[in-house]
Design a protein around this ligand. Structure first.
Ligand SMILES: [Zn+2]
Length: 164
């Protein structure tokens, strides 16, 4: 049985007691989080419940074109008023460079591609948080009233460290 088959079985069991029908698409706590797809990060580590926040995830928690799209929709269409950006220690994005990965993929596939144009690998996790915050704070479609705060989650201690 594949993992997909396993989650289908688990979902069937879950659906018998589904009690989240009262939730709306608007985040109850008016919060949007952009973070890494890492397996160790979850709403539980932030004390959040289903329905509380929009969670936008990609490799690294990078402010990409698509992450911007989601955050803008989250604010203007669905009412989020705070943005939280979270990177973390021991991130997979620190294990390669864009050039290395691109060269490897071209070698394996025998072809170059136009998309994805960037992988956004980084060495310095705190510097990357500052860069992503800068991208958000300088974007003309993200109002200045939106609070944008950035953090590094330490996967060993479970604690968030604010990056100023
Ligand atoms: Zn990561």
């Amino acid at each position: 049985m594949s993992v997909t088959d396993e989650i289908l079985v688990a979902n069937e069991i879950y659906s018998r007691n589904h009690h989240l029908v009262h939730l709306s698409p608007r985040p109850k706590r008016k919060l949007a989080i952009l973070t890494c797809m890492d397996t160790r990060l979850s709403i539980r580590t932030l004390g959040l419940d289903t329905g509380d926040a929009h969670i936008i995830r990609n490799a690294g928690g990078i402010v990409t074109e698509d992450a911007l799209r989601s955050l803008i929709i989250s604010h203007y269409q669905l009412g989020s008023e705070e943005f939280v950006l979270i990177h973390h220690t021991d991130c997979g994005m620190q294990t390669f460079t864009d050039d290395e990965l691109r060269a490897r993929l071209q070698r394996i596939s025998g072809t170059a591609v136009l998309s994805p144009h960037h992988f956004y690998a980084f060495n310095d996790v705190e510097r990357s948080v500052r860069e992503q915050m800068q991208k958000l704070q300088s974007h003309p479609w993200i109002p200045k009233e939106i609070k944008v705060r950035g953090f590094v989650y330490d996967v060993k201690t479970g604690r968030l460290k604010e990056i100023l």
